[in-house]
Design a protein around this ligand. Structure first.
Ligand code: PSU
Ligand code: MN
Length: 312
């Protein structure tokens, strides 16, 4: 057990008993949504995971400790603090931990902590990816490289069209990361169900996903996977509507010289402002839907592991 890791008693009991677990990130709470919807959503997401029959483990850094499983009070504290909490990606961990700081875990660091704890499934909204203009900025999210090296399946609604989605898929392919559509053979684009980008495969039941995870355990045991679950139909925002707002947010970021780790939070916040309540409602709906699916996958995966089956 990692000496920097604290496991919540409910999470520890589930790990001990081989029960299904789902990891959840905290950057979506501090940097992905405004207060108070961020706290309400984080608590509802945990409830969705429980409804599916799994135990939620929201992950963050508090007082220089890696936390797998937070109390509702800790979630409330992070949500109120918002952007005052440092965003913690892989490169930030040594400094945040050694200075006893707070940190909101991104997809990359949530995967790291989940893997340390022994949690195979993780639900979030969207992953980071290759930014538009990366050919000159070199801005490629550490999330993609984490997926190549850490054995956690990330259930998400694809990636936001603030990114270069085609290049994002190419980088994942280069690193051998499976990207599976759930009930679709196209990469979902977060607010929209389709992107026009074909995926190599699609699965349509939690058991089918769990058995792909079991196969991955045998053939590529150190690697992650993306399960791309399209936003529920009644919350979809057509690409044509969201596209103009994204273009405006990107132009403002360029004009203001926003760079590095600030880029993604800036774009997320601007797109949310420009689209008004619609994008926030969509974001909440897709995260809840991903949490439910992740819970179902975790349940199926735990059952296959218990029976020693699931390959072939
Ligand atoms: N995309 C979203 N919502 C989010 C994020 C991305 O639609 O909240 C967050 C996640 O925590 C993700 C991080 O891991 O942003 C990626 O940041 P960067 O591009 O700086 O790696
Ligand atoms: Mn970046």
């Amino acid at each position: 057990m990692n000496p920097l890791l604290d496991i919540h008693p409910d999470v520890a009991a589930a790990l001990q008993g081989g029960q299904p677990l789902v990891a959840l990130e905290s950057t979506i709470i501090t940097h992905g949504m405004p207060w108070p919807q961020n706290v309400e959503t984080a608590l509802r997401v945990e409830a969705e995971v429980r409804t599916a029959g799994a135990v939620p483990a929201t992950i963050a850094i508090i007082g220089g400790r890696l936390k797998a499983g937070l109390t509702p009070e800790e979630i409330d504290f992070l949500g109120r603090a918002g952007h005052a909490v440092p965003k913690a990606s892989r490169r930030d961990l040594p400094l945040l931990l050694s200075t006893h700081a707070l940190g909101a875990t991104t997809v990359a660091t949530t995967m790291m902590v989940a893997a340390m704890a022994g949690i195979r499934v993780f639900a979030t909204g969207g992953i980071g990816g290759v930014h538009r203009g990366a050919e000159t900025s070199f801005d490629i999210s550490a999330d993609l490289l984490e997926l190549a090296r850490t054995p956690v399946a990330v259930v998400c609604a694809g990636a936001k069209a603030i990114l270069d989605l085609r290049a994002t898929l190419e980088v994942l392919e280069t690193h051998g990361v499976p990207v599976l559509g759930y009930g679709t053979d196209e990469l979902p684009a977060f607010y929209s169900r389709t992107s026009g980008l074909k995926l190599p495969g699609s699965l349509s039941s939690p058991v089918a996903v769990a058995s792909a995870l079991r196969a991955q355990d045998l053939v590529a045991p150190g690697q992650g996977l993306v399960l791309a679950n399209p936003i529920p139909k009644d919350h979809e925002i057509p690409a044509g509507v969201i596209g103009a707002h994204i273009d405006q947010a990107l132009a403002e970021a360029a004009r203001q010289g926003v760079a590095g780790a600030a880029v993604t939070p800036f774009l997320l916040a601007r797109v949310a402002e420009l689209t008004g309540g619609a994008s926030l409602a969509a974001n909440i709906a897709l995260v809840l839907s991903n949490a439910r699916l992740a819970g179902e996958v975790a349940v199926a995966y735990a059952a296959l592991r218990r029976s020693g089956a699931g390959q072939g």
